[in-house]
Design a protein around this ligand. Structure first.
Ligand code: NAD
Ligand code: DAU
Length: 338
């Protein structure tokens, strides 16, 4: 029987990387193709334990290059696409929006064209709750799949644009798609420019932790493992054309998150440094995941168990995030090629 071929874009990044490892281990009878151009956020050292597995394959390619992507789909005959590749950091989108439009909008359209041309069985587009904009602090309000799209940052506007293209390829060409919209992920291999890994690495090194504004903004945290199980479910059971929100009801203010990490590491709250607020800083995100739960999804981590596991992982894997901070991870691929 032909092995199923799953193309994962952005599999050298944080969530895509965790998803690639999850799929390689869970489905030895699938071939998993990790396609990544290796921007600053792409790191292959995380895959040292799976890189020799017969069902793992790496493709060094750019999703915005139409010719390359078309030839790849022609030669490899992928069955499924799970699309993570993106520029993902809101702060970077405020200083340099252009690359967000190129990668997140154009890159998605290039993949959709290839998926249409080569008749893939499912295209899962990994999006974000940020496309819905922000909620106020009323704890009874949540983002549902019907919430209107009102993105506030160049990052979320580029993701919303890509969501609309995915929807359009379903409506116009009947491409079998799903869109997932997830809340803030955290866990192993989270790039240390984002709040949780940045805080852990700084607190471990007794450095100040920058908290934007008054620290009262709320995010809804989801452990990356629970995100992987959600995407696995949508890939296999998602109803074509549907959107699924992913989140585990773990709302915390940024200040709570930072204080929890400081307390767990036995350090002083004097490390907290309030700094100028992010431009257009969304107040609150909170997901209603009931549609996905009805499909069969149950997260296993609470914020307490997840943050404890994550802090433990960062303590045990200091060499991983140190090579990210000093930049040496970027030579790993070049060394392998020689
Ligand atoms: P990340 O920044 O850690 O990884 C992105 C990956 O995409 C990197 O490996 C990078 O090299 C690759 N990439 C970028 N441009 C590319 C291109 N042109 N061609 C090929 N590869 C390219 O991102 P992440 O945090 O893992 O997020 C993954 C996806 O999930 C994104 O689409 C993001 O919008 C979405 N998402 C993230 C979160 C979160 O909390 N991190 C939450 C919800 C949704
Ligand atoms: O909600 C999903 C989104 O979560 C994803 O779509 C994005 O790709 C992902 O980066 C994340 O976006 P955020 O902007 O919420 O994550 P970030 O870690 O950058 O910031 C989390 C919160 O912490 C936010 O309110 C800003 C604040 N913050 C962030 C940093 C980096 C600080 O207070 N200090 C910091 O140094």
């Amino acid at each position: 029987m032909k092995k199923q071929k799953v193309l994962v874009t952005g599999g050298a990044g944080f969530i895509g990387g965790n998803f690639v490892q999850y799929m390689v281990e869970k489905y030895p009878d699938y071939d998993i193709y990790n396609l990544d151009v290796l921007t600053y956020a792409g790191d292959l050292t995380k895959h040292q334990d799976i890189e020799d597995q017969p069902n793992y394959h790496f493709i060094h390619a750019d999703i915005t290059n139409n010719g390359t992507i078309q030839s790849l789909f022609e030669s490899e005959k992928f069955d499924y696409v799970v699309h993570f590749a993106a520029e993902s950091h809101v702060d970077r989108s405020i200083t340099n929006p252009e690359i967000f439009v190129v990668t997140n909008v154009l890159g998605t359209q290039v993949l959709l064209d290839a998926a249409k041309e080569y008749k893939i069985q499912k295209f899962v587009h990994v999006s974000t709750d940020e496309v819905y904009g922000e909620l106020d602090f009323d704890p009874t309000t949540f983002f549902t799949e019907e919430t209107p799209l009102q993105p506030n940052s160049p990052y979320s506007a580029s993701k919303a644009s890509s969501d609309l293209l995915v929807r359009a390829y379903h409506e116009t060409f009947h491409l079998p798609v799903n869109i997932t919209r997830c809340s803030n992920n955290y866990g192993p291999y989270h790039f240390p420019e984002k709040l949780i890994p940045l805080t852990i690495s700084r607190v471990v090194n007794d450095q100040a932790v920058p908290v934007y504004g008054d620290g009262k903004n709320i995010r809804d945290w989801l452990h990356v493992h629970d995100h992987c199980t959600a995407i696995d479910l949508v890939l296999h059971k998602g109803v074509n054309g549907e959107v699924y929100n992913v989140g585990g009801h773990n709302e915390r203010t940024n200040l709570d998150v930072v204080k929890t990490i400081i307390r767990t590491l036995g350090k002083s709250e004097e490390l907290i440094k309030f700094v100028e607020d992010r431009l257009g800083h969304d107040k609150r995100y909170a997901i209603d995941p009931s549609k996905l739960e009805k499909l069969g999804w149950t997260p296993i981590f609470t914020f307490e168990t997840g943050i404890f596991q994550t802090i433990g992982w960062y303590l045990e894997n200091k060499e991983w995030w140190e090579q990210i901070i000093d930049g040496s991870y970027q030579t790993y691929f070049d060394l392998q090629e020689k």
